[in-house]
Design a protein around this ligand. Structure first.
Ligand code: UDX
Length: 456
């Protein structure tokens, strides 16, 4: 058991804090936003993430997890995870203001030894900068090591990803730091815990541990996210080709993904990737490469393909409705992906903004993300269920593949709509089933002539 501070209680920090407590450490989780800190102290979470609430409650009650100010967390810890946000600056580079602030606070407040671990996604060589900063601001009695421990948590499955990681990556520059990191993750490496997500968890596979230098560990994260984003933009490009050539992207993606060297995951075409990781990590990685004198146009193309998805999708809708002004349009799904309430960089919001700009009348439903969406898009109607969102609508746009949309009563939906047009931005629904219920179905990467029904 180690005394650990986690600085930042966002999607990464709160998940990391609760999971580290769950595997037996004593964790102080610090949050600088006073409202959020009060919410956490009252046992409420500022966002939705499956299984996280019960993990936080259980470990708070067991006395292994507490919520404090940053100085308090630093004072009572041996290891400090920095999990603060690194949002994009105007020029696409990562904004390291929060990281720098935490580094300064640690140097000025900590006494004795600390292992300072960067978990936030940071540009390569940030660890070096962190070491310099700690040296610059430190007081005489403070000694430290710096480590990089990038996270690979996906929103919607973050707790599961913590307990069943594909790999644990650690960047260190001293045996002392390496040993301390092994000690922190020992319960995961030795599989000495009951996975809180699956009661009868059979998966006892020990995740590979990649121990390297700090720069390399930082690069693994940015390179992983950029590769996954590239895979998505690749399949979206092939989807456009399928539409132009008259082919079916679902079958093409299946045929590609069966190659073990490619793999089926992240080959789902749609309205593009969103979230607080891929868009900003891709931008930051391009800036890093260019700052180091490299031509990163490959990844610039990945970004351009992704940004085009929004206008291409709106064009599909406009092609069917001709004029959007005054048209009632129902939206299913606002979150950037299912099983989260996160709307950051969500293509759904960009699509809605374009519809509003052309005078459409938009009603939306999302199982989790409407509270956060209302802050960004107050001017649309938020509905209590998927059926209310399609009342009188001339088109239904599926933008987030929430499981419940797959069980919707399509007969009832068709009866509620003025026109049975369904535009599926995530190829979630089975074309044949939707057409059999009397809809005109338009998906992604499927030639338009298939499924068009004569409008009576
Ligand atoms: C991602 C990485 O997967 C994770 O390893 C990293 O730690 C954080 O960033 P996340 O952004 O939470 O996780 O979600 P992810 O499931 O990767 O999806 C990202 C976006 O890509 C979503 O908008 C999703 O809709 C989109 N996506 C994903 C596709 O469009 N097609 C796919 O096949 C997969």
């Amino acid at each position: 058991m180690m005394q650990i501070a986690v600085i930042g209680a966002g999607y990464v920090g709160l998940t990391t804090a609760a999971c580290l407590a769950e595997i037996g450490h004593e964790v102080s989780c610090a949050e600088s936003n006073v409202q959020k800190l009060e919410l956490l102290k009252r046992g409420a979470l500022p966002f939705f993430e499956p299984h996280l609430e019960e993990l936080v409650q259980r470990n708070r009650q067991a006395g292994r997890l507490s919520f404090t100010s940053t100085p308090e967390a630093i004072a009572r810890s041996h290891a400090i995870f920095i999990c603060v946000g690194t949002p994009p600056l105007e020029n696409g580079e990562a904004d390291l203001t929060a990281i720098e602030g935490v580094a300064r606070t640690i140097a000025q407040q900590a006494t004795g030894y600390r292992l300072v671990i960067e978990k936030s996604t940071v540009p390569v060589q940030t660890g070096r900068q962190l070491q310099r900063h700690l040296r610059l601001y430190r007081r005489a009695e403070f000694t430290y090591d710096v480590a990089s421990n990038p996270e690979f948590l996906r929103e919607g499955s973050a707790v599961e990803d913590f307990f069943h990681p594909d790999r644990i990556v650690i960047g260190v520059e001293s045996p002392n730091a390496a040993n301390a990191m092994r000690e922190i993750y020992e319960p995961i490496l030795e599989q000495q815990f009951a996975c809180p997500v699956h009661a009868s968890c059979e998966d006892r596979s020990v995740p590979p541990l990649v121990i390297t230098d700090i720069n390399s560990a930082e690069l693994v994260k940015h390179a992983s996210n950029s590769f996954l984003a590239m895979k998505i933009s690749f399949i979206n490009l092939i989807a456009d080709l399928c539409e132009a050539a008259g082919a079916d992207i679902t079958k093409v993606a299946e045929g590609i993904g069966l190659d073990r060297r490619i793999g089926a995951s992240f080959l789902r075409p749609g309205i593009g990737f969103g979230g607080f990781c891929f868009p900003k990590d891709l931008q930051a990685f391009v800036r890093i490469g260019e700052r180091l004198g490299l031509d990163f146009s490959l990844l610039r193309e990945v970004e351009k393909i992704n940004l085009r998805r929004v206008d291409q999708f709106v064009e599909k809708v406009r092609r069917e409705l001709w004029v959007l002004r005054g048209k009632k349009i129902g939206i299913w799904g606002l979150a950037f992906k299912p099983d989260t309430d996160d709307i950051r960089f969500a293509p759904s919001l960009a699509i809605i903004q374009r519809l509003l700009a052309e005078g459409a009348d938009v009603s939306a439903y999302d199982p989790q993300a409407m509270t956060k969406a209302k802050e960004e898009l107050p001017e649309i109607r938020y509905c209590q269920n998927p059926y209310e969102a399609v009342e009188g609508a001339e088109a239904l746009l599926l933008l987030t593949e929430w499981e419940e949309f797959g069980h919707a009563d399509l007969e009832r939906v068709r009866r509620l709509m003025d026109r049975p047009l369904l535009v599926d931005g995530r190829n979630m629904l089975a074309r044949e089933k939707v057409i059999a219920h009397g809809f005109q179905y338009i998906g992604i990467g499927q030639s338009a002539e298939v499924g068009a029904v004569a409008l009576a």
